[in-house]
Ligand binder design. Structure first.
Ligand code: XIL
Length: 297
């Protein structure tokens, strides 16, 4: 039979998974990951608190272990993430204003210098919008509304070869205020020449979303602005086979939807493990949702 990656590659797409450094000693995880996936995202190891625990002291130990494992196994890597309100280095918490802005830019420069030319894409900014479609309040937002474009401009200058993505959750439903807020920012960036290449839709589904129609409208609407779209952290409550089928179909119907990543491999790997949201069960067996995804690719 075929595999997720082989099926995705038939249309030039990828099929990815998130992996933590703890799985580098888990042969069961690795057997499935090697067989089925061709893109890796680090679960926590490339976040700001992990890569710059103290100001100006970068630590790429676990990020590099995951990066090297991916490349050795024929996978590409998505970088996640450079600027976020969560999982920040402790020292960011004692900075504000221009000092925090400078620390963010220095962080982006330090991480991208290390991984220059290596990453398929980076989630430059993660989760910067509130549910009502306005900017989420955070210490980074408090440095000025232009913090997001400053991050993207710094990232482009530091590594012109990597795709620069804005990544968020609850932006899958086209009629939702948060989706419209992000859409308007991307539209504004494109109109003013702020460098941005892609939008990452986390796609943490809990159910009830109108698939694939509404979701496909979101993907095609973003794509029409001149950016690629990627599904970056997919998991679905109880791994509904029809929802997995619908989200995969939506991606397949949009030429600029480049690929799909699930946030883990087996249910036991998931941050939502009690909801059994992934494509493989705790015994490493593919679930009904696996077959529905494979058939939709
Ligand atoms: C999660 C990880 O899976 C957890 O291990 C960690 O404790 C918290 O972060 N959106 C994101 C991811 O962009 O980085 C989050 O990952 C899940 C939600």
């Amino acid at each position: 039979g075929t595999t997720l990656k082989a099926a995705a590659e038939r249309s030039g797409r990828y099929f990815g998974m998130a992996m933590g450094a703890d799985r580098l000693s888990d042969s069961g995880f690795q057997t499935i990951a090697r067989r089925e996936f061709d893109m890796l995202t680090a679960v926590n190891e490339m976040k700001p608190d992990a890569t710059e625990p103290n100001q100006g002291q970068f630590n790429f130990t676990n990020g590099d272990r995951l990066y090297n494992w991916a490349v050795q196994n024929g996978m590409r890597v998505r970088g996640h993430t450079l600027a976020w309100h969560a999982q920040q280095p402790r020292f960011w918490g004692s900075l504000s204003g221009s000092a925090l802005r400078t620390a963010m830019i220095n962080h982006i420069n330090g991480v991208l210098a290390h991984y220059k030319g290596k990453m398929f894409q980076w989630d430059v900014v993660n989760e910067a919008f509130a549910e009502n479609g306005s900017r989420r309040s955070s210490n980074l937002q408090a440095t000025g509304n232009d913090w997001i474009e400053a991050a993207f401009r710094a990232a482009r200058a530091a590594d012109p070869s990597t795709g620069l993505c804005y990544n968020d959750y609850n932006i899958e439903n086209w009629t939702y205020a948060k989706t419209q807020g992000v859409y308007n920012m991307i539209k504004d960036f494109k109109s003013r020449g702020v460098p941005i290449d892609c939008v990452g839709l986390q796609t943490h589904f809990t159910g009830g979303s109108s698939l694939p129609g509404n979701f496909q409208t979101t993907l095609s609407s973003f794509a029409a602005l001149g950016v690629d779209v990627v599904l970056t952290e997919v998991d679905v409550t109880n791994a509904s086979a029809s929802q997995y089928q619908g989200l995969t179909q939506a991606c397949m119907n949009v030429p600029r939807c480049l690929g799909i990543t699930t946030w883990g491999v087996r249910d036991s790997d998931s941050w939502r493990s009690s909801e059994s949201p992934l494509l493989f069960d705790r015994n490493s067996n593919p679930k009904a949702a696996y077959t529905s995804v494979l058939n939709a690719l």
